[in-house]
Structures are given as structure tokens and as C-alpha cells.
Design a protein around this ligand. Structure first.
Ligand code: SAM
Length: 294
């Protein structure tokens, strides 16, 4: 349902920005969406309905928020830039199902936010055009805090989206792929041209959907140890897994012992970290833990 005065038309966006004397802050990743089609695509990918809730991070002047308000039961948006709050209040005035919070999403108690705003809704998804300078910390916070989320649908830098969705053996596969895939099933929704933003970002963009898992795809005895093994294995991409793990877990002697443990986990010591599946990392972490290697 495209309305002529929809906030995302370039003309209306410019009018609001000028009337409020708003200037974009590059340091806050402010690239606003001005294209109806892409807004619809993002909302569609989140699979919302009138029973569900949406958490938006960085509503800007409310272009996506408005679409979410029309589609979901309830919308809560967290915006760091105080200058945008009066604009959001004006733009979102027709939507009583939206609440806007001023704050840094990395510092907000999201569990409390959920208790306060989403207690009556069936499922909640995060839907956002994220500030690119903090994409990974925001997504890792959402996933690691184990919030009861259905989907996370976000516009992010294309290169980061490709890394999140990468499979073992690809040059883009790394610790970020494993962390994201441990908590969710990522799917690239679409790539996006620069022209849908104002101002235009100088990197390529893509929309990705992370379908949040009920439980991880592998059983891990100690998550902290599992992720330490993963990080250590990618410390230097050109090194073998044995060399990387040696630097982290056996800094002095112990090469033979490490190779034995790798064999026990059925992993050839000459392989590189980027070839191991998430199952192999889980197995390796559990063999190392049993041997007291932490
Ligand atoms: N959703 C709007 C749109 O699509 O037009 C704006 C998206 S813009 C890429 C990112 C937004 O996130 C900006 O409004 C910015 O002020 C806000 N932001 C940046 N860092 C933030 C943080 N740590 N917490 C909450 N919002 C943040």
C-alpha cells in the first residue's frame, strides 16, 4: 500500500530533514532508506503479521518503522541519536503500536525491553537497516543473549553478509560464519544498489535473514571453549590448524600431543581452519576439553 506521503519517498525525506535542520552523522552510520520496494522486501523477509512484534535498531526518521507498524502487532525502536527523537515522534504519531527509545542498543537491557513491550505477542523479529560501523557487535549481542527471536532481517554491508552465510572451504568462511551459524540459519535475501540510500554509502549493501535456531546444530560442552578453539584456528588464515592451535594452547612444547588430539578428533593436522565444519569444531573442542586443554 504505497501512499504518496510515505516517509521514504526521496522528496518527503528531504522535506523532513530540511524542516528539522537535520544533518547526517557519518560516525553513526546514518544512511537512510528512500526506496519503497526495498522497504517492502525487508519487511516481507521478516514474515511478520498482526500477532507478531518487531524490534527495530536505528529507526532514523522512521521509514522502515512505519512499514513495520502497518504490518506487525507492536514495534519497539531503539535510536541513539537524540536529534531524531522529535522527528520520530512526529512521523510515527499515527501509529499507537510503536514505542521509541532513546539509547545505544549495545547498552540497552534487551531482556527487560522484551518483558515490557513484547509480553503479549506470539513471536518477535529484529528488522533493521543497521549502522554498518557496529553491525557485528549488535548481531552478536542479539544472538548471544539468547533473546526469544524468530528472525533477524537486516541490511548490512554485503561483504559481512557474505561472510556470515559462507560455507566451509570458501574464502569468506571464518569465525564470524561459525558464530552466526551456531545460533541461526543465514540466508542472503538480496543485494542492494547504493541509490536506495540517502546519503549513499561507499560500500556495497545486502539484506540478510538469520532464522534464529531453537538450539544449536551441534552439542557443545563449553561454549566459551568452543569459540576459543574456533578463534584460535583462524588466528592466521594461511597457517595450518595445528600451527594455529599450537600458538594458542601449547605455546612451549607439545606439538606431538596436539597432533595426537587432532587425530583423535579425526582432523588432519595439516588442514586449515577454513576447511573445518561446525561439527568438526565441536568435536575438536570436546576432545581438547577432555584432555584438559583450555
Ligand atoms: N532505519 C533508518 C532507515 O532505514 O532509513 C535509518 C538506518 S541508518 C543505516 C542507522 C541508524 O542507526 C541511524 O538512525 C543511527 O542514528 C542509528 N544508530 C547508530 N548507532 C546506534 C546504536 N548504537 N544504537 C541505536 N541506534 C544507533
Amino acid at each position: 500500500m504505497t501512499r504518496i506521503d510515505d516517509i521514504s519517498t526521496p522528496r518527503r525525506t528531504k522535506e523532513i530533514i530540511q524542516r528539522h535542520g537535520f544533518s547526517f552523522k557519518k560516525s553513526l552510520g546514518q544512511n537512510f532508506l528512500i526506496d519503497q520496494n526495498i522497504l517492502f522486501k525487508i519487511v516481507e523477509a521478516a514474515d511478520l503479521d498482526k500477532e507478531k512484534g518487531a524490534l527495530e535498531i536505528g529507526p532514523g526518521i522512521g521509514a522502515l518503522t512505519e512499514k513495520l507498524a502497518q504490518t506487525a502487532n507492536r514495534v519497539t525502536a531503539v535510536e541513539i541519536d537524540q536529534r531524531l527523537i522529535p522527528i520520530l515522534q512526529e512521523v510515527l504519531e499515527p501509529y499507537p503500536n510503536v514505542s521509541v527509545h532513546h539509547g545505544d542498543v549495545l547498552k540497552v537491557d534487551l531482556h527487560e525491553l522484551f518483558r515490557n513491550y513484547f509480553s503479549g505477542v506470539s513471536k518477535v523479529s529484529v528488522v533493521a537497516n543497521l549502522p554498518y560501523y557496529v553491525t557485528t557487535p549488535i548481531l552478536m549481542k542479539l544472538l548471544e543473549e539468547k533473546l526469544p527471536l524468530e528472525n533477524i532481517v537486516v541490511m548490512i554491508q554485503k561483504e559481512v553478509a557474505v561472510r556470515m552465510a559462507a560455507s566451509p572451504g570458501s574464502k569468506d568462511y571464518g569465525s564470524l560464519s561459525i558464530a552466526v551459524q551456531y545460533y541461526s540459519e543465514p540466508k542472503l535475501v538480496c543485494t542492494v544498489p547504493h541509490t536506495v540510500f540517502i546519503p549513499q554509502p561507499n560500500v556495497e549493501s545486502a539484506v540478510i535473514r538469520l532464522k534464529v535456531r531453537d538450539k544449536p546444530p551441534v552439542e557443545v560442552d563449553d561454549e566459551k571453549h568452543f569459540f576459543e578453539v574456533v578463534h584460535a584456528s583462524f588466528a592466521q588464515r594461511r597457517k595450518t590448524i595445528a600451527n594455529n592451535l599450537k600458538s594458542r594452547f601449547f605455546p612451549g612444547e607439545g606439538r606431538e600431543r596436539l597432533e595426537q588430539l587432532l587425530q583423535e578428533a579425526e582432523i588432519e593436522p595439516s588442514r586449515r581452519g577454513e576447511t573445518l565444519s561446525i561439527e568438526e569444531y565441536a568435536r575438536l573442542s570436546s576432545v581438547l576439553l577432555r584432555a584438559g586443554v583450555r
